[in-house]
Ligand binder design. Structure first.
Ligand code: GLY
Length: 406
């Protein structure tokens, strides 16, 4: 294992040396050097260890791996991480593994009972098509977009998130993430109705999900007959009125996407307000990795540190980098995201080679109050970390792949 990691590190060092010799840009920051070697090593090991269609999701308290099957909302993240890993490092084996793990999800295209079909297909097949332009990935994406759009109720003006449990017509802030899929599908499949659905969902959500300080509720439950709001609740936050950390990230990411696709300035303002809420939050720790809910101390009355959520930090970093490209002065967003990425790439969060069941990041929280996935690696923390790193490299004009070829 040590030998394999040394080889990965040697390749990375060669890439970085080429970079330093052949470009006028600043050399890549030191924290990136170790990171790229670890990513190559961990993703290759994970791909060799797990079976396509049963993807690594998190680590159970007893150390075993929780796997994501074909109906698990997180099932698209591991294939997506392999695609991002390939994009980041140029490692061809990662591309071959990404293809295998993506195609194993073919049956997901038939799922109709959740908005999560967006995460499941767009992160896997969506990245596969974006990177390879292989049209064989399109039929699954076409079916998934149709099923996601079919969950939209024009009377209420939102896509229904879940079909389970006691809710009447639940819409979660996470649902904002799947609008990117619909905007893309509107263009790819020449169906402007998909973009209208996405824009209407975003406008209704802006009206009903947000508080005066631009923090968001997790779940808004609507009356399917009248379209009126029945209740504003939480599912994964500490209380109905709290700011669940990952939810704030989902909202920030979602409104940035909506602005990029519509150029509607209300969406840009919303994204910037959410960014300000997060970045100026008095409870944001110095390393900029939030605890799992910004209001956990209010609910418990306990000041001792609550578990951090690296997945929320990764989503926030990726969203801020995207937002930085949409505004005149995006530097404050790049700087903040860079701080997050530095923290996530430090030994405190990034696993060493061979550790962490081959996940990249440690210390995320899935659903604290359900005693589920507390202080564990999570497949979506890794996915958004890799996405953020790719965005960072693109903004900083660092292309490790090209330089390694030259
Ligand atoms: N979409 C579910 C979660 O963020 O945990």
């Amino acid at each position: 294992m040590k030998k394999a990691f040394c080889l990965a590190m040697l390749a990375t060092t060669l890439v970085l040396n080429c970079y330093a010799g052949k470009t006028q840009h600043d050399p890549p920051p030191g924290w990136l050097k170790k990171t790229t070697g670890i990513i190559t090593f961990q993703l290759n090991k994970a791909a060799a260890t797990y079976k396509p269609g049963l993807n690594p999701r998190s680590v159970n308290p007893n150390g075993t791996v929780r796997l994501a099957g074909l109906t698990d909302w997180t099932t698209g993240f591991f294939p997506g991480s392999l695609w991002y890993g390939y994009e980041l490092t140029g490692d061809k084996n990662l591309a071959a593994e990404a293809k295998k793990f993506t195609l194993a999800l073919d049956s997901v295209r038939h799922i109709t009972n959740t908005h999560d079909v967006g995460f499941m297909l767009y992160c896997s097949y969506g990245n596969a098509y974006r990177i390879t332009h292989d049209k064989n990935y399109l039929p699954a994406l076409q079916d998934g977009a149709k099923h996601l759009a079919a969950r939209f109720n024009p009377k209420i003006g939102v896509i229904r998130s879940w079909d389970f449990s006691w809710w009447h017509y639940p819409v979660i802030i996470d649902n904002m993430m799947n609008l990117e899929y619909l905007y893309w599908a509107a263009g790819e499949f020449k169906n402007p109705g998909y973009a209208n659905i996405a824009t209407t969902h975003a406008a209704t959500t802006m009206k009903n999900h947000f508080r005066k300080d631009y923090s968001s509720y997790h779940v808004v439950d609507y009356d399917p007959e009248t379209g009126k709001v029945i209740a504003k609740r939480t599912h994964q936050g500490v209380t109905d009125e709290s700011a669940w950390a990952r939810g704030q990230g989902w909202g920030l990411y979602g409104y940035t996407i909506c602005y990029k696709n519509t150029k509607n300035l209300h969406f840009l303002a919303q994204a910037e307000h959410i960014a300000a809420f997060i970045m100026n939050h008095p409870r944001m720790p110095k390393d900029k990795i939030p605890v799992w809910d910004f209001d956990v101390h209010n609910a418990t009355g306990v000041e001792e540190p609550a578990p951090r959520d690296a997945s929320a930090a990764a989503v926030i970093a990726s969203a801020l980098l995207d937002l930085s490209t949409q505004v005149k002065d995006g530097k404050k967003y790049v700087d903040y995201a860079e701080d997050i990425l530095k923290s996530l790439s430090s030994d405190a969060y990034l696993a060493g080679p061979g550790e962490n069941q081959y996940f990249l990041l440690k210390h995320s929280v899935g659903a604290f109050l359900y005693n589920s996935e507390i202080d564990t690696p999570l497949d979506y923390a890794d996915y958004y970390y890799l996405e953020a790193l790719n965005r960072y490299l693109s903004i900083k004009k660092i292309d490790l792949k090209e330089l390694s070829k030259s």
